[in-house]
Design a protein around this ligand. Sequence first.
Ligand SMILES: [Zn+2]
Length: 254
Amino acid sequence: MSSFLGSIGRSMARGTQRVQKRSPTPSNSTVTSPIDTVAPSSIFAPPPPPAQKPLYLSSPFVEAALVKGNFKTIVMLPKYVDIMEWVAVNVYDFYNNLNEFYGTIAECCTSEACPTMAAGSSLSYTWINQERKSVHLPAPTYIDYVMAWIQTLLNDENVFPTKSGNDFPQGFPSTIKHVYRQLLRVFAHIYHAHYPQILHLRSEPHFNSLFAHFLAFGREYELLEIKDVKGASSAPVGIGALWEKWKEMGLLEG
Ligand SMILES: [Zn+2]
């Protein structure tokens, strides 16, 4: 593990070069910050149907066009690059790529088709609203809130500094972890609810690569908690099984 979380302070000094200039993008409306809760759909919900293997766990889709070998090599910190910069640039790219993917399937993600932010047969994520209440939102609304919230952070020079001389704030690692957890939920929803559309668009090689890269990067820099990837045993996250499968295949490490 590279000690991203432990590196605050010592890597704040700007001795290293910028990886790339992040382009300013238009800001969206402000939304409340998503604080995390996970709620099983309902304790009265009928038991899940007999386990049927989701398509994303089935061959050949589970292996589709993943880079040969281990993702470790592409997540390693390049020489002379500041760890904060490296994490910021990668998170920026994950956000943009995922946003683009979601755009290609968004017409299928409606409040009728996805009345909750489902990510497993007995799991729907809830949102904390302004009254601090945990509420179920239709998936498209939930995802819009998440993406708008992240976009606002990315545009905030105090959170994601892009100008030379501006340092990353003390709270940057914890902000990034928060962002990462929400991006994971968007991946989880797309895999759970929209994999047929991904297949229809023949995007599964690219989507799998993006997600495997996201997982490898998140584990390397301690941005991802295993419990968020796998969920509770009573309400597992669908993609937890995919993560296990990719570990078995030697693509990812623990
Ligand atoms: Zn949906």
